[in-house]
Design a protein around this ligand. Structure first.
Ligand SMILES: [Zn+2]
Length: 96
C-alpha cells in the first residue's frame, strides 16, 4: 500500500458519482477526517466536526466536496447524547 492520494476539492454539482480522475461511475467510499483545530484539545468534551472525504474505490483518489458532519467524541466522553436513547444508532447485537 502506498501513501494516500492527496485530497482534491471538488464541487458535487447536480450529482457526483463519477470519479473525475478515472471515470469510475459507481459512487464512492467515504472516510472521515477530524477537523484540525490547530490548538490544544478543549477541556470540555464536545462533539467533533469531521470532513467527509469521498474515496474512489477504483483509483483511490480522494475528494472533499465540503461535506462536514459532527460525530461523537472519540474518547467516549459523555456529551449528553447517549446511543441507547438514539433511534438512529443501533444499540444491541440484535440490530442489523
Ligand atoms: Zn477514480
Amino acid at each position: 500500500m502506498g501513501t494516500l492520494a492527496e485530497i482534491q476539492t471538488v464541487t458535487a454539482g447536480n450529482e457526483l458519482h463519477v470519479c473525475p480522475n478515472c471515470g469510475y461511475n459507481r459512487g464512492f467510499h467515504t472516510s472521515f477526517i477530524r477537523e484540525n483545530t490547530g490548538k490544544d484539545e478543549p477541556v470540555k468534551p464536545t462533539p467533533r466536526r469531521y470532513h467527509v472525504i469521498l474515496i474512489c474505490p477504483e483509483c483511490g483518489a480522494r475528494y472533499d466536496v465540503g461535506w462536514t458532519c459532527t460525530l461523537a467524541e472519540p474518547d467516549g466522553a459523555s456529551t449528553g447524547a447517549h446511543a441507547a436513547g438514539n433511534p438512529l444508532i443501533p444499540s444491541g447485537p440484535g440490530n442489523l
